[in-house]
Design a protein. Structure first.
Length: 182
């Protein structure tokens, strides 16, 4: 999709307020609100946004008794794999949007009042950039994000990330980069 075309899915003030009231990382990570840039400012040097979604059926984790921990385990695996593949692609094609807050430094230097240790490699999530990732994946990929709630295990869980680039990339090239890494 055209990187600018993704802009209608954004509402930075709304998502910053959701993060402020519901996320433990608010104000504690350079990649999270209120420090994260807007999608528009991050995407402005690029022409294209490739949206990537990885999914896992929660029944694959039947050996885990607690439903919340099933989703947590699946998301941890998916996020790690998606971010690794997108980081590798970004080295060649541009910049990437991660599947969550940046995890390069543990803990993030923001917690100690220090500048970002990797400002050229730091990644932000769609949500931190102010983007409605649920609307984006439904509109562009016909993929609904399902959410866990107590007593309601979703059929699958998904993570989403993106690749910002100026190159029109054949989807097969991206697929090749992912194969063997997932």
């Amino acid at each position: 999709m055209d990187a600018v075309a993704a802009d209608p899915f954004t509402d930075k003030p709304h998502f910053d307020s959701l993060c402020r009231t519901g996320c433990p990382n608010y104000g504690k990570k350079w990649s999270c609100p209120p420090f994260a840039p807007s999608y528009r400012s991050l995407a402005s040097p690029y022409r294209y946004l490739w949206v990537c979604v990885l999914c896992a059926e929660t029944e694959q984790f039947s050996y885990i008794k607690n439903d919340f921990l099933k989703v947590k385990a699946a998301n941890s695996i998916l996020k790690s794999r998606l971010d690794k593949a997108l980081r590798l692609l970004s080295d060649r094609y541009g910049n990437y949007i991660s599947s969550g807050s940046c995890r390069l430094c543990k803990p993030c230097r923001c917690r100690s009042g220090l500048p970002c240790g990797h400002p050229d490699k730091m990644s932000c999530s769609f949500e931190a950039l102010g983007m409605d990732v649920g609307r984006l994946t439904e509109s562009c990929l016909d993929h609904e994000l399902l959410w866990y709630s107590k007593g309601n295990l979703p059929k699958y869980t998904s993570v989403a990330g993106g690749l910002l680039t100026n190159d029109k990339i054949d989807g097969n090239q991206i697929e090749k980069q992912f194969s063997g890494r997932l």
